[in-house]
Design a protein around this ligand. Structure first.
Ligand code: C2E
Ligand code: MG
Ligand code: MG
Length: 487
C-alpha cells in the first residue's frame, strides 16, 4: 500500500499469512478493510517516529539543526580535515545584547529577528556547510574544506548580514554580533577542544568589540588569568585593596578647577597594581562591578563632600558608571541613598556613562536618566565619538556633558585627521547646549587648539595625573593656561 503526504512518501506494507492452505483464497471486503486500517496505523507510527527524530535534531523556531545534529556534523568535519589535510573552520556566532531586544520589544519580535537572521545566514552558507542554532541567541557554523582566509571572508559577510538593519513591523532594529573562529587543522584537538577555542575567540571578539576573532593559544592563558583575577577581586573590597585616585577637570579658559574624576585603583598584595582596563572588564563579566561600583560612588561622594566642606564649593565629582550598574533595577534609588548618606549636594555629582551603555536601549536609558536628573545629578557621555551614537537619539537624552574621547585629542594639531572630528563634536555639543570636556590632554599644543575650538573643559596629564585624594588638590601645573594667565 503506498500513501503519499505530498512531501515524503511513506510506504506501508502489510503481510498476512496463514499455515492453512487456501486460507486467503477468498479475501473478504471486511478483511481487506481491517488490513487497510492496520497499515494506516503502521504508517502513522512510522511518521511519528520520523517527526520525533526530526524534532530531536532540529530547532523548532528556525528549522536549523540543533546542537545534537551539529555535533555529529562537526565530528565528521574534524575527521575529514584529518584525513584530507585540508582545514575546516568552526565559528560561534553570538548576538550582542539580544536580551534587550526580547525585553524591550517582546519575545515575538525577538523570534522574528532570529528567523530573519537565519534566512540571511543561510543565503551565505554553501551546500557543504552546516549552520545550527545552539542556544537562544547563539548560532554556530562549520565550514568544511576551508582555509583561514576564506573562512574570514565568509564570516565577515555573515557579520555584515547580521548588522544590516532588520525591519520588524514598523521598527528598524540594529543587531551586532561577535564571532569566534577556531580552525580545524591536523592535531587541533577533539570536538570539545575546538568548541572551547571558538568560545574563547568569541569572548575575545566581544571584549575587544572586534566583531570577529580567530582563536589563538594565548586566549587560554588570558582566560585562566581572568579567572584568577576574578577570584582575587571578589575579596578586594572587604580587604580594602581598592582605592580612588582623582584627576582634575579644569576650565580651559581661565584654568579654574571645575571638577574631579574618580578613577578606581586596585593594588593586590601579590600582583601589585592592576590596571583598570584589565580588571574592570573582569568585574563586569562577573557582576562584581555592581558592589564595587557602589563602593566607588560612596567613596567619591564622601570625598567630594569633604572637599566642598574645605572650601572647594563649586567642585563637581565625576564618577564612572558601568552599564551593568546603570541597567539594574534600583540604581536610581541607590544613588539617592548614597547622596543622602554622604550629605553631598546632588548637583555636585556627575555620572559618566559610556555611549554604548546609553545606546543599548535608548527609551529605557532616557527614562532612567530623567529620574537621575530629577535627583539633581548631572550626566556625561564618556569616550564620546568611539561608539555608534545616533545623533537623533542624542538630542532626546537629558545629558549635560560630552567627554571627547582621548583618541581624538592625542596628536591633535592643525593638520591632524582628528581635527574635523573634534570640531564637529564641539559644534554638536554647542547646538545641544552641552558642556564639552576633552580627555587625555598631554601637550600644550593640544590644549591651545581645544581652547580655540571652543572646548569648555579639559583633563589630562598636562594638567595633572590622577592622584590620591591627599595629593590631588590643588592641581599644581599652570602651564596649560593661556599665556596671559600663567604666573
Ligand atoms: P575613562 O573614564 O575614560 O578615564 C580616563 C582614563 O584616561 C583614565 O585611565 C585616566 O588615567 C587616563 N588618562 C587621563 N589623562 C590622560 C592623559 O593625558 N594621557 C593618557 N594616556 N591617559 C590619560 P584609567 O584610570 O586607567 O581608567 C581607564 C578606564 O577604566 C576609565 O576610562 C573608565 O572607563 C574605567 N574606570 C576607571 N575607574 C572606574 C570606575 O570606578 N568604575 C567604572 N565602571 N569604570 C572605571
Ligand atoms: Mg570616565
Ligand atoms: Mg573616557
Amino acid at each position: 500500500m503506498v500513501l503519499s503526504d505530498g512531501v515524503s512518501p511513506v510506504l506501508g506494507t502489510l503481510c498476512a499469512y496463514s499455515r492453512a492452505a487456501g486460507a486467503f483464497s477468498e479475501v473478504t471486503a471486511d478483511l481487506l478493510q481491517q488490513a487497510r486500517h492496520l497499515a494506516a496505523v503502521a504508517i502513522e507510527h512510522h511518521r511519528l517516529k520520523d517527526s520525533l527524530a526530526y524534532q530531536a535534531q532540529h530547532d523548532a523556531l528556525t528549522g536549523l539543526p540543533n546542537r545534537i545534529l551539529f555535533n555529529t556534523r562537526l565530528e565528521r568535519a574534524v575527521q575529514q580535515a584529518e584525513d584530507t589535510h585540508i582545514p575546516a573552520a568552526l565559528a560561534l556566532i553570538d548576538l550582542d545584547d539580544f536580551k534587550v531586544i526580547n525585553d524591550v520589544h517582546g519575545n515575538q519580535v525577538g523570534d522574528e529577528v532570529l528567523q530573519e537572521i537565519t534566512r540571511r545566514l543561510l543565503r551565505l552558507t554553501r551546500w557543504s556547510d552546516t549552520l545550527a542554532r545552539v542556544g537562544g541567541d547563539e548560532f554556530t557554523v562549520v565550514l568544511p574544506h576551508t582555509h583561514q582566509e576564506e573562512a574570514e571572508t565568509i564570516l565577515r559577510q555573515m557579520l555584515q548580514s547580521i548588522t544590516a538593519p532588520i525591519l520588524v513591523g514598523e521598527q528598524e532594529l540594529l543587531i551586532s554580533a561577535s564571532i569566534g573562529i577556531s580552525m580545524l587543522t591536523n592535531g587541533a584537538g577533539d570536538v570539545t577542544h575546538l568548541q572551547r577555542h571558538a568560545d574563547l575567540a568569541m569572548q575575545s571578539a566581544k571584549t575587544h568589540k572586534a566583531g570577529i576573532a580567530f582563536y589563538q593559544p594565548k586566549m587560554n592563558r588570558q582566560a585562566a588569568e581572568r579567572m584568577h583575577l576574578a577570584q582575587y577581586l571578589r575579596r578586594a573590597v572587604e580587604l580594602g585593596e581598592l582605592e580612588l585616585h582623582y584627576q582634575p577637570q579644569v576650565n580651559l579658559v581661565d584654568g579654574t578647577l571645575s571638577g574631579m574624576e574618580a578613577l578606581l585603583r586596585w593594588r593586590h598584595p601579590l600582583l601589585g597594581p592592576v590596571a583598570p582596563l584589565r580588571f574592570i572588564p573582569v568585574a563586569e563579566e562577573t557582576g562584581l562591578i555592581v558592589p564595587i561600583g557602589e563602593w566607588v560612588l560612596r567613596e567619591a561622594c564622601r570625598q567630594a563632600a569633604v572637599w566642598r566642606g574645605q572650601g572647594y564649593e563649586t567642585l563637581r565629582m565625576a564618577v564612572n558608571v558601568s552599564v551593568l550598574q546603570f541597567e539594574r533595577d534600583g540604581f536610581v534609588q541607590m544613588v539617592a541613598q548614597v547622596l543622602e548618606d554622604t550629605g553631598l549636594y546632588p548637583q555636585a555629582l556627575e555620572l559618566e556613562l559610556t555611549e554604548s551603555a546609553v545606546m543599548r536601549n535608548v527609551e529605557e536609558s532616557a527614562r532612567r536618566m530623567k529620574q537621575l536628573r530629577s535627583l539633581g545629578v548631572s550626566l556625561a557621555v564618556d569616550d564620546f565619538g568611539t561608539g555608534y551614537s545616533s545623533l537623533s537619539y542624542l538630542s532626546r537624552l537629558p545629558l549635560n556633558v560630552l567627554k571627547i574621547d582621548r583618541s581624538f585629542v592625542t596628536h591633535l594639531h592643525q593638520d591632524s585627521s582628528a581635527l574635523p572630528v573634534v570640531r564637529a563634536i564641539i559644534s554638536l555639543a554647542h547646538n545641544l547646549g552641552l558642556t564639552t570636556i576633552a580627555e587625555g590632554i598631554e601637550t600644550q599644543q593640544e590644549c591651545d587648539l581645544l581652547r580655540e575650538l571652543g572646548c569648555h573643559q579639559g583633563q589630562g596629564y598636562l594638567i595633572a595625573r590622577p592622584l590620591p585624594a591627599l595629593e590631588a588638590l590643588p592641581p599644581q601645573k599652570r602651564l596649560f593656561l593661556p599665556r596671559e594667565y600663567r604666573q
